[in-house]
Design a protein around this ligand. Structure first.
Ligand code: ADP
Ligand code: ZN
Length: 731
């Protein structure tokens, strides 16, 4: 149901949806002067004042004198009908409360604050009168980001100091305290500047996208082309069309570290930088972005998945770059897929979506097959660049000493690159030093005490870390199980250990590690990526962080340490993931007219997925994968939902799961089947035991209302939490 825009006369009852977890709008009295639907307001709730949005006519029939008044209308344009419509649909689709969905759209820092109330802090010219360690950290944090201004608590958090430390630096002039600057307009992007001269297939794709943007209707296009085929150039043409037509555009990237290169390209194409929205920008900058998007002044936004909830006024285009990337799935709080939400938002806004990728997700590929999405293919790499040549290294034939993982064949290939002055990438999708830390006295592995997970050694930080809950601990001198000292041993390789091996094998080479743990901020990662791109390393050792669209012109060799890694386990998406990851990471080799090579170390070169990766016949692989999923009735040919029940007591979680499994009547009615309860893939996190049920239904089944009714029949114990994940990542 599309909410109809409506003006409410002074003193009449109106509904206001607040960000408080109430799951329904509350009734208030319209202020003198009346009020519009979608207006951002401040209303009293109990003793407090809370933010909300006017959400249609009052729901109840309270006499209007009994209603409390709306206190204040915020000086920002109202939320559009399309955005409210999207909020309602997204809530219904993900089975999230409306208020939780609204909160995603109100994440502008200081939105409700009176103007001028907030002070901001920046680097000053003075010296601290007394240089304590805490003070030095504040100055260092500011120096790392010259030109940025920060809120008090934000700066204190960045430097891990109390706000008092920041305040203490103001007097000496080492830190400047200022009024919040007025949000400056973003510079104007010029869509008429000449872009690059496009190759034939780029031109065909670009004009198709331009025409769809001009159509002012909803549509989704899968833009498929190998890495380096010029997809970015093509979708920038669609952006140009949106800008020329007075529409706003949003480009989603899966990884903040990719924004640096993208910003440069936008600047080269349109003469100015776009607005940015992600965790790497300051609160002040996010506030500016939110309000300029709301007024329509910010015309192009580059952002992370949460930028889908910005208050666009006239959105014409959403690009989801690297659409297959799993990080588009939000796994905390509101569970949603940014790719699916982009399509939903665009359909509410009559906008176009471009899904760009070299290795489409099976979902998007199938939707294109079904004709729900259009499809455009770029078939060759731009210019002279050719695709890397892929081959396997059969590890059964290689002699590798214990505690080492680089085969003689791979070693030789790296040597040849060093001599040629080219870069190599050693890829292993495992963070840390070693996946297992084992006591050689008692044989026990060091485990997280709150999770069903091993503690992973991170040698650079000299700590153990749980990759589930993030808990860290110093490396213990003795085994936590048996207490024997000096017997803890690293088992298996992680990227840090690979870097060590590389340094031993190639003592002369400059080695860079790219793993998310080693960068304190998005900015430092961005800087490292740029340094490597300039040739600042001979060998890069990296996790899946490097698989994502980074452009290293001198990189000509990719060595995959363990191509079999992702094929273990029972996840139905394992084949798809491995295929995508291997193709993506191989695609890093040999851009810019230097031919590249990818070598995959494997113990099972005859595995069908490994063979498909080598043959590079994506269509054949996807067709086969599609056949299997169709036969099993799983996504994208069936619908799936995961229900995770967690409780400090595992038996309680199982009881709830069993109670649900016994009474499935609402699901039976829509033809859905229930599997489980079974321990969730990670059976305990942060001390909570987790039990999972999987619900499988035919593709067209109206599964959400049935799920809602089903779980509503259960009264949860106070300690128990239940979450529903529509389209879970693993099943
Ligand atoms: P993709 O997004 O498919 O990986 P890009 O758009 O990044 O590909 O293009 C790969 C490289 O080729 C980039 O350095 C880009 O600047 C260059 N390139 C692509 N198309 C053209 C063109 N028409 N003219 C000049 N350079 C191009
Ligand atoms: Zn843990």
């Amino acid at each position: 149901m599309t909410p109809m825009s409506h003006f409410h006369a002074p003193g009449t009852p109106v509904a206001v949806l607040t960000t408080q977890p109430l799951d329904r709008a509350l009734d208030y009295r319209a202020p003198a002067g009346g009020i519009e639907d979608g207006a951002y307001v401040e209303v009293p709730l109990g003793p407090r004042k809370v933010l909300g949005v006017v959400w249609g006519k009052a729901a109840g029939d309270w006499p209007v004198e009994k209603l409390r008044p709306i206190l204040r209308i915020l000086p920002v344009p109202p939320m559009s009908d399309a955005f409210r419509d999207f909020t309602e649909r997204a809530a219904a689709y993900t089975l999230t409360s409306l208020s939780a969905m609204l909160r995603l759209g109100l994440r502008a820092p200081g939105l409700g604050e009176a103007p001028g109330k907030r002070r901001v802090y920046a680097l000053g010219t003075g010296e601290p009168d007394r240089a304590t360690e805490a003070r030095t950290r504040v100055i260092a944090a500011l120096r790392e980001r010259p030109g940025d201004v920060f809120a008090l608590s934000e700066l204190a958090d960045m430097a891990s100091v109390s706000t008092g430390v920041v305040k203490g630096l103001v007097k000496s002039g080492a830190v400047l305290e200022q009024d919040t600057p007025r949000d400056a307009d973003y510079p104007t992007l010029d869509p008429d500047r000449a872009g690059k001269a496009l190759a034939e297939d780029q031109m065909v794709a670009a004009s198709a996208l331009r025409a769809s943007v001009r159509s002012d209707t909803y549509g989704t296009t899968l833009l498929k082309g190998v890495t380096g085929s010029g997809k970015t150039e093509v979708y920038l043409e669609a952006v140009a069309e949106a800008l020329a037509g007075g529409l706003q555009a949003l480009v989603l990237l899966p990884e903040i570290a990719l924004t640096g290169e993208f910003l440069h390209r936008v600047e080269a194409r349109f003469g100015a930088r776009p607005a940015e929205w992600h965790s790497g920008v300051t609160q002040a900058e996010r506030r500016r972005c939110w309000s300029k998007v709301a007024t329509g002044q910010a015309r192009l936004v580059v952002g992370a998945r949460s930028s889908l909830f910005l208050p666009f006024q006239n959105l014409g285009l959403i690009v989801v770059d690297e659409e297959h990337d799993t990080s588009y799935k939000q796994e905390d709080g509101v569970l949603y897929s940014a790719r699916d939400m982009a399509v939903l938002r665009a359909s509410c806004e009559a906008a176009q979506v471009v899904l760009a990728t070299a290795t489409p997700s099976l979902e998007s590929w199938a939707n294109a097959e079904l004709g729900k999405y259009k499809r455009l293919d770029l078939t060759s790499r731009f210019g002279e660049a050719v695709l890397p040549k892929l081959s396997t290294i059969d590890m059964r034939d290689e002699k590798v000493p214990g505690g080492r993982w680089i085969s003689p064949t791979l070693k030789q290939a790296i040597e040849a690159r060093i001599i040629a002055g080219e870069q190599s990438l050693i890829f292993l999708n495992r963070r840390g030093y070693a996946p297992v830390t084992l006591c050689r006295a008692c044989g026990q592995q060091v485990a997280c005490h709150q999770c069903d997970a091993r503690m992973v050694e991170h040698r650079f930080q000299k700590r153990l870390m749980c990759h589930q809950c993030g808990e860290t601990a110093p490396m213990p001198p003795a085994c936590p199980s048996c207490g024997v000292e000096g017997k803890l041993a690293a088992v298996g390789p992680g990227v840090e250990r690979m870097a060590e091996e590389v340094a031993t094998l190639f003592p002369e080479a400059r080695v860079a590690i790219l793993s998310s743990d080693l960068f304190g901020s998005a900015r430092s990662l961005k800087a490292k990526v740029e340094e490597i791109a300039q040739g600042g390393a001979d060998i890069i050792v990296g996790t899946q962080l490097v698989a994502k669209g980074h452009n290293f012109p001198k990189l000509t060799l990719v060595g995959v340490i363990d191509a079999d890694l992702g094929l273990q386990g029972s996840d139905l998406r394992a084949a798809e993931r491995t295929f995508q990851l291997m193709r993506q990471v191989s695609g890093r080799a040999g851009r810019a007219d230097k031919p590249g090579v990818a070598l995959l170390q494997t113990y099972q070169p005859e595995h069908p997925v490994i063979r498909a990766i080598l043959s590079g016949d994506e269509e054949a692989f996807l067709r086969e994968e599609a056949d299997q999923r169709r036969a099993a009735g799983v996504p994208p040919y069936g619908r799936m939902a995961g229900i995770v029940i967690s409780d400090p007591d595992g038996a309680v979680a199982f009881d709830v799961g069993n109670a649900l499994a016994r009474n499935t009547q609402p699901l039976d009615q829509v033809g859905a089947e229930v599997f489980g309860p079974a321990p969730a893939p990670i059976a305990r996190i942060r001390g909570r035991h987790r039990v999972r049920l999987l619900v499988k239904a035919p593709r067209q089944a109206p599964i959400q209302p049935a799920l809602a009714e089903w779980v509503a029949r259960i009264t949860l114990p106070r300690s128990t939490r239940l979450s529903i994940d529509i389209d879970p990542q693993s099943f």
